[in-house]
Write a protein that binds this ligand. Structure first.
Ligand SMILES: NC(=O)c1ccc[n+]([C@@H]2O[C@H](COP(=O)([O-])OP(=O)(O)OC[C@H]3O[C@@H](n4cnc5c(N)ncnc54)[C@H](OP(=O)(O)O)[C@@H]3O)[C@@H](O)[C@H]2O)c1
Length: 284
């Protein structure tokens, strides 16, 4: 597995397992099986309501804790005065005494005090690496103006239809890694059926999913495809026995339309519940 070095000197695998919308009943099994299958990065969030199942999957895998990079995120409803308690609650749900990566999930609300709580958690040894998610350049500039510890990662929507070109330049300048969410456009059949994707899949005897994921890795992104299916998880990390040429990468770069699958408007309509304070402990 390819690894990247983050700006705090710690390492992170190029490919991890995403768990958004993976129900606790599937999550425990998929996490355990993916870790046994070689995954060493798992991504969850308090708002996914599956941290307990992720923790059980980690325990059931039998893989040594120190070999696994566990990422979680804190939702903005917890930023103001509640961030310290939210970090402890996330650790308790996962059944872990430290997190490898903790992110602020969104750039809304009391980011300044939530970031200070993350910095404190690093000092206290509760978290190793801190970063952000869904922060654009302006959000990052604001954070960089008051932070003591620079974010190591920005987890954002990214895929061949939305390649984040401007943000990437800014992240590179500041040594912040891009981590792609919706790397498969949430499994979009249009993206996976693009002739350039299908042609490369045929050429390398890979699936369109593997071609798109390889594009992320070759671009230098951490990628966390989400799945409830252990066979899909296996396929999604089997990317390291072929290489895309610069010309082939260019044919995928040409798919950029600058369009997201997830707009805030659509997101708010579909996931309105995430914008209220939830009882994160109500999960099996
Ligand atoms: N920070 C944020 O705001 C944010 C937002 C969204 C997501 N995320 C993170 O990013 C991760 C990835 O995003 P995502 O899961 O929403 O979208 P995604 O990875 O682009 O797509 C997931 C979809 O693709 C399907 N899939 C995965 N592997 C497949 C394969 N090999 N063959 C066929 N279908 C496959 C999955 O179905 P099956 O289950 O059937 O495989 C699922 O429906 C999330 O799981 C989460 O950890 C973060």
């Amino acid at each position: 597995m390819k690894e990247y070095c983050m700006n705090d000197g710690r390492k992170i695998p190029a490919v991890g397992l995403g768990t958004f919308r993976v129900q606790p009943s599937d999550c425990e099994r998929t996490v355990a099986s993916a870790l046994r299958d070689g995954y060493r990065l798992v991504d969850t969030a308090n708002v996914y309501l599956n941290e307990r199942a992720v923790g059980r999957g980690i325990a059931a895998s039998g893989i040594a804790r120190e070999e696994i990079v566990v990422t979680s995120k804190i939702w903005p409803t917890e930023y103001h005065k509640k961030a310290r308690a939210a970090i402890d609650a996330t650790l308790s749900r996962l059944g872990l005494d430290y997190l490898d990566v903790l992110l602020l999930h969104q750039p809304f609300g009391d980011v300044e005090s939530a970031w200070a709580a993350l910095e404190e958690a690093v000092e206290a040894g509760k978290v190793k690496t801190i970063g952000v998610s869904n922060f654009n350049e302006a959000d990052l500039k604001r954070l960089l103006s008051h932070c003591k510890v620079k974010p190591a990662l920005d987890q954002v929507e990214c895929h061949p239809y939305f390649q984040q070109r401007e943000l990437r330049a800014f992240l590179k300048q500041h040594g912040i890694l891009l981590e792609s969410w919706y790397p498969l456009g949430s499994g979009d059949s249009g993206l996976l059926g693009e002739p350039s994707v299908v042609r490369l899949a045929e050429k390398y005897a890979k699936t369109p999913v593997q071609i798109v994921l390889k594009w992320h890795v070759e671009e230098g992104f951490v990628v966390i495809p989400g799945t409830k299916d252990p066979a899909h998880a296996h396929e999604n990390r089997d990317l390291f026995d072929f290489t895309l040429s610069e010309e082939e990468m260019d044919s995928l770069r040409a798919l950029d339309r600058g369009t997201r699958f997830f707009t805030m408007k659509r997101g708010i309509q579909r996931y309105a519940v995430f914008f209220q304070r939830m009882n994160y402990d109500r999960q099996p």
